[in-house]
Design a protein around this ligand. Structure first.
Ligand code: BV8
Ligand code: ZN
Length: 249
């Protein structure tokens, strides 16, 4: 879909008339930076030995307790893959949009890659944590040591517990403040923009319905529209070109 793609003028005016816009992003926003999405994980990692592992099993407390070193090494591999990734047009467009004087734009992300911040975004609500931070499983103290090249699970200097990545694993509760901020931003928006997410992981996937229940217009940006029943308008396209178009029109 070329840069000069046409977004339905009616949808465009709804977005531009909005005073409060809440954006929820998923792995699709980082796809244009070359970061594997969860859905395309198998396809995009088929070269690596990690393709045989199910992300949902690896990203779980059960997975970590069963084989801490393997899960730690999986995150070290993902970090090494991410190191060379740069923020793309979608990240930069959202960061610019957040500077808008006449619209309050709140950014909620499911991504743990930190590319929104690298793209210039401030106040990013990270629902599922951040892969560049670590903390102790036992005493929850943040671990600030350098973990580059460390292949085995690190022992917490405070309590001897196991150090783990500060991401939210399946079956774990989301960070309280982040969830509260995400809920209130969804409750209090005119437009809820769901960008690059398959809307299958909860409770994040429930935020659009929250917004709709408060009268917001729900708009989805995705080259493969989801079947989500709460979406009012589907903008079928890639995040980078769609967001640049929204901003430039
Ligand atoms: C919890 C961090 C309870 C880790 C992640 C209700 C119903 C069913 C199940 C549940 C439910 N409630 C809870 C559950 C269980 C579970 C869940 O939702 N399971 C799903 C799979 C059915 N949820 C949980 O376990 C949550 N915790 O419920 O705890 C609790 C409560 C209180 C007290 C104690 C416990 C925790 C969920 C968070 C898990 N952690 N990540 C890590 O990264 O290692 S989730 C992870 O996967 C990501 O963060 C993200 O959320 C998700 C992947 O989804 P997407 O981002 O949408 O990516 P995906 O690949 O699926 O899709 C990409 C999309 O982009 C596609 O649509 C594609 O078309 C599009 N795309 C591609 N290219 C582009 C593009 N779009 C635009 N532009 C492009 N260029
Ligand atoms: Zn500890």
């Amino acid at each position: 879909m070329p840069q000069d793609m046409e977004i339905d003028p009616e949808v465009l005016s709804i977005i531009q008339r909005a005073k409060r816009v809440t954006i929820l992003t998923g792995a699709g926003v980082s796809a244009e930076s070359g970061v594997a999405t969860f859905r395309s994980y198998k396809e995009e990692t088929k070269e690596s030995l990690w393709s045989q592992y199910d992300p949902q099993k690896m990203a779980s407390i059960e997975g970590f307790l069963k084989n801490p070193n393997r899960v730690w090494q999986w995150y070290q591999w993902r970090r090494s893959e991410l190191k060379s990734k740069k923020p793309n047009d979608a990240h930069k467009a959202i960061a610019k949009w957040q500077q808008s004087k006449d619209q309050r734009v709140t950014l909620i992300t499911q991504n743990v890659d930190g590319l929104h911040q690298a793209g210039g975004s401030k106040d990013v609500i990270e629902l599922h944590g951040n892969i560049w931070s670590n903390h102790c499983l036992q005493c929850r103290a943040e671990y600030k040591g350098n973990t580059d090249g460390v292949e085995d699970v690190i022992e917490c200097p405070k309590c001897g517990g196991q150090v783990r990545p500060s991401v939210v694993w399946f079956g774990e509760a989301l960070p309280e403040k982040a969830w509260r901020d995400a809920e209130s931003a969804s409750y209090s928006c005119d437009v809820f923009l769901s960008v690059g997410t398959s809307s299958q992981v909860y409770p994040a996937a429930g935020l659009a319905a929250l917004a709709k229940s408060q009268g917001a217009t729900v708009i989805e940006v995705n080259p493969e529209p989801t079947e989500s029943s709460v979406v009012d308008y589907f903008i079928v396209g890639r995040a980078g070109e769609v967001l640049i178009n929204i901003l430039n029109t």
